[in-house]
Design a binder for this molecule. Structure first.
Ligand code: ATP
Ligand code: MG
Ligand code: MG
Length: 365
């Protein structure tokens, strides 16, 4: 049998490893974390820093293909692996997704709209950009942000000097940021597209995403959008995956506005907003991911149920017994010992028959 190498040890790696095991593969995880969620369910784990080139080379030699559940891997490590074994998706995809400036430019170059934005490397840049973009706005670090970490909202009475200081040198110490116009959206959606080595692709239905305290709270399908908006969202994700020549998954987050869709960001891997697929689709995002990186044909992404995914953050997971008693609920726990505030401990998918709640008929845009 073949061995799939997964870089990153979090819950996305865990669920990918479970899907790989179901297809008969062995999984070897590479992660800096001891007793990681992914390592708990994998045949082998290397615990080392992402920049440890000796460990990276040994890992690459031990596996048949490498993929990622975490995209912020140093360029040198990815290049080294790629010299030893197929790496899917390739470095060009990670590079673009690692930097919000490159990412926004990439979409704009494809003619895909985003919030208005400016690259910021100094307080003076910020003042000038605020003049052009106006307020409210959002200042983000260019790299390494997630769950809203590394973001500052700039409202009418925010002092730009304070906003710049709050961001400091950024989460990676580079002092590089991006200012985005604040979008007063109707809602947020995401599309996950799988793309195979042969260029074949399959997209999941757009999910309607609601955040709480800057962390994804629920993803609901069907999203309350028109068929035309859904088709356009899928077209955006497919177009981006093709332009990057992705082999694997690409998740694209978008804002739904009265004047159309705006892309927020992308992730070249399984995505939290796709966890509903585990119980509502014939082939879920993790299986599509493994199929794509292993060169297997993609499965059907068709949805057979309506679903709502709710993240279990921190102490939310204490309610697991209650969730198990709900006949419509499927519980997924990640094996994390410590329920720190803000930590994703698991999720629950609640399932309903297609069309059962009338939501198929509701459209916001
Ligand atoms: P994730 O955990 O999804 O990776 P992140 O930290 O990378 O999040 P974003 O997705 O860019 O950050 O932003 C987090 C959330 O903040 C968005 O889902 C949206 O709700 C809000 N947000 C971000 N940018 C804007 C914007 N320009 N206008 C309005 N709201 C925004
Ligand atoms: Mg992000
Ligand atoms: Mg996001």
């Amino acid at each position: 049998g073949s061995t799939v190498g997964i870089i990153g040890g979090g819950q996305l790696g865990r669920m990918a490893a479970l899907a790989a095991a179901r297809l008969g593969y062995r999984v070897h995880v590479f992660t800096p974390e001891q007793d990681s969620p992914a390592a708990q369910v994998s045949a082998a784990a290397t615990v080392a820093a992402y920049g440890d080139e000796t460990a990276i080379a040994a890992f690459a030699r031990a596996v048949d293909v490498v993929t990622f559940e975490f995209e912020n891997i140093p360029a040198d490590s990815v290049r080294l692996m790629a010299s030893l074994v197929p790496v899917r998706p390739g470095w060009n995809v990670l590079e673009t997704a690692q930097d919000r400036i490159d990412e926004k430019q990439f979409f704009n170059d494809l003619g895909i709209a985003t919030a208005p934005w400016r690259a910021i490397t100094s307080h003076a840049d910020l003042v000038a950009a605020l003049d052009e973009i106006g307020r409210p706005a959002v200042l983000k670090t260019a790299r390494m942000g997630y769950d809203g970490k590394g973001q500052v909202r700039i409202t009418a009475d925010t002092d730009p000097a304070e906003a710049w200081a709050a961001l400091g040198t950024g989460l990676d110490g580079s002092g590089c940021g991006i200012l985005e116009g604040f979008i007063d959206f109707l809602g947020e959606i995401s599309v996950i597209v799988a793309r195979g080595a042969d260029g074949g692709w399959a997209a999941f239905d757009p999910a309607w995403n609601v955040h709480r305290h800057h962390i994804l709270d629920t993803s609901t399908v069907p999203a309350p959008i028109s068929a035309a908006t859904a088709a356009q969202a899928i077209d955006i994700a497919r177009c981006a995956a093709e332009a990057l020549d992705v082999v694997g998954l690409l998740a694209v987050e978008m804002f739904v506005t009265p004047t159309g869709l705006l892309v927020n960001e992308m992730a070249p891997r399984p995505h939290n907003s796709g966890h509903w697929t585990m119980d509502a689709c014939i082939t879920d995002q993790f299986e599509q991911f493994i199929r794509a990186v292993c060169g297997l044909p993609l499965g059907s992404s068709a949805r057979h149920s309506n679903a709502q995914m709710t993240n279990l953050i921190g102490a939310d997971a204490d309610r697991w017994l209650e969730i198990l008693a709900d006949p419509d609920a499927r519980l997924h726990l990640y094996g994390k010992a410590e329920a720190r505030p803000g930590r994703k401990m698991g999720h629950v998918n609640r399932l309903h028959p297609l069309g059962s709640d009338g939501s198929d008929a509701v459209t916001i845009s």
